[in-house]
Design a protein. Structure first.
Length: 456
């Protein structure tokens, strides 16, 4: 019943959002494996009881009732014990992730295909042995073949899967593997969100400079329930705006927390002579508000997971994890620059502007990615220099269009560092790194002014 309620509550999600929500549930894959295990049990029972395979194979392969019953009854609790131990190990991993890194990391581990398949194999194997044990009957056949051999194969496979799960958990606890897996999933989500959902509708800035909202009364569309905006179906909203000849101005963006009654967006009729009232429920079906933030469309939330890992690592004096997180953030920022035009104007298939979303530039993503780390590293010269090195690498990777933003943020980092913790040798390396960044961004004159102030 709870499963059906869960599915019914997510009818308004886009196909991609629904798929992501479904695959992130830890019960989804085990449910599929459980279904196929019942079918496998039915198949082996059919082969042994109806087709009497055990009586047709050579006697060497035919197993009597007593041995089959002993085999199944012994393996079934063993598989259950492995399953129980696996769940306990998962809880240990979850606790370690939450304490050492960030609670936001738990979803990545729980929703990984390997984790869900492993649980599915254990639960499916247990259900198979349970069902065949329930239907074992000595009065119908003289020998068994399918049931004992399939049971033995599943027990061996489960034992191998258990070893693989231990290796999988240990690898996930290794920072490099964990952050790399998270970054790969994050970049995939960013490409889908920006390139496939936003960029196909975005127009160039030069097109939008002459745009002004239509005259006439703007009409609000308000949120019905409090929570986080998890997804917006941009394509459907733009199609709806085209169908009714509207222009939409978004006041909120994905990831924002909104209260019931908060204005999500305003809309205007492009033709001032049109004054038809729109049914707001038409728009609400393309907007999903939930209890928590998700990384389906929320690029800032994706970056925040790595920021939290870096900040928590600084608190635990874990230098390498903090540096690794900074590097992964820089790669995500590079990917955002590659796929995004940073335009606020979305057009329909005729090139007519139908939606204006909150203006978010590269400098905003820079701030989201590194501002918190800068704050907690304001007395840590090593991490501060690593931030500047990362900005230098980022400048070389994304090109001159973003030099000004990168240099301004570097100046922000430099001025934010508490100089009483900056000693002579530290200052030497700090200025050297800042000089390299100035050369990369062609800001040598500005660097000279900063260097002069720091040397005074």
């Amino acid at each position: 019943m709870n499963t059906f309620r869960w599915i019914a509550a997510r009818k308004q999600l886009s196909p991609r959002a629904f798929k992501d929500e479904l695959t992130s549930q830890i019960w989804f894959s085990p449910l599929i494996y459980a279904f196929f295990s019942v079918l496998l049990a039915a198949l082996t029972l059919f082969l042994d009881y109806y087709c009497k395979v055990g009586e047709k194979v050579p006697s060497f392969f035919s197993i009597n009732m007593d041995l089959t019953n002993t085999l199944v009854s012994t393996i079934m609790p063993g598989i259950l014990s492995i399953t129980t131990f696996t769940f306990n190990l998962m809880l240990v991993v979850f606790t370690s992730f939450a304490a050492q890194f960030s609670p936001r990391v738990l979803k990545n581990f729980a929703s990984s295909k390997s984790t869900q398949r492993i649980l599915g194999i254990f639960i499916g194997s247990f259900l198979y042995t349970l069902f065949v044990f329930l239907f074992l009957n000595s009065s119908q056949v003289n020998g068994y073949f399918a049931i004992p051999f399939v049971t033995t194969a599943l027990s061996v496979f489960s034992a191998g899967t258990f070893v693989y799960f231990i290796n999988h958990s240990v690898r996930w606890l290794q920072v490099n593997h964990m952050t790399q897996s998270m970054k790969t999933a994050s970049i995939k989500a960013i490409k889908t969100t920006i390139r496939e959902e936003l960029e196909i509708h975005r127009t160039k800035s030069s097109h939008s400079e002459q745009f002004s909202f239509p005259e006439g009364e703007k009409k609000p569309v308000c949120i019905q329930t409090s929570g986080y905006i998890q997804t917006l179906n941009y394509s459907r909203l733009i199609h709806c705006a085209k169908e009714h000849n509207l222009v939409i101005k978004m006041e909120r963006e994905v990831g924002d927390y909104v209260l019931s009654g908060t204005v999500l967006f305003y809309y205007w009729h492009r033709d001032s002579t049109e004054h038809d009232e729109m049914d707001c429920t038409v728009f609400h079906q393309y907007i999903h508000v939930g209890k928590s933030q998700t990384d389906i469309q929320d690029t800032t939330y994706i970056i925040t997971k790595f920021v939290e890992m870096a900040v928590k690592s600084l608190g635990n004096d874990d230098f390498k994890t903090a540096v690794n997180s900074i590097h992964q953030i820089s790669d995500i920022l590079r990917e955002i620059c590659e796929v995004s035009q940073f335009s606020s104007y979305l057009v329909d298939d005729s090139g007519v502007i139908r939606m204006v979303i909150p203006d978010k530039k590269f400098e905003d993503f820079l701030y989201d990615g590194f501002a918190n780390i800068r704050h907690y590293a304001r007395r840590n010269i090593i991490i501060t220099m690593e931030l500047l090195k990362t900005l230098g690498n980022l400048a070389e990777a994304i090109g001159p269009a973003y030099y000004d933003d990168i240099w301004e943020f570097a100046v922000y980092i430099s001025k934010g560092f508490e100089e009483e913790y900056l000693f002579v040798q530290d200052k030497k390396y700090f200025l050297h790194i800042l000089c390299d960044l100035a050369v990369s961004t062609k800001k040598e004159e500005q660097y000279e002014q900063i260097a002069k102030q720091m040397k005074e």
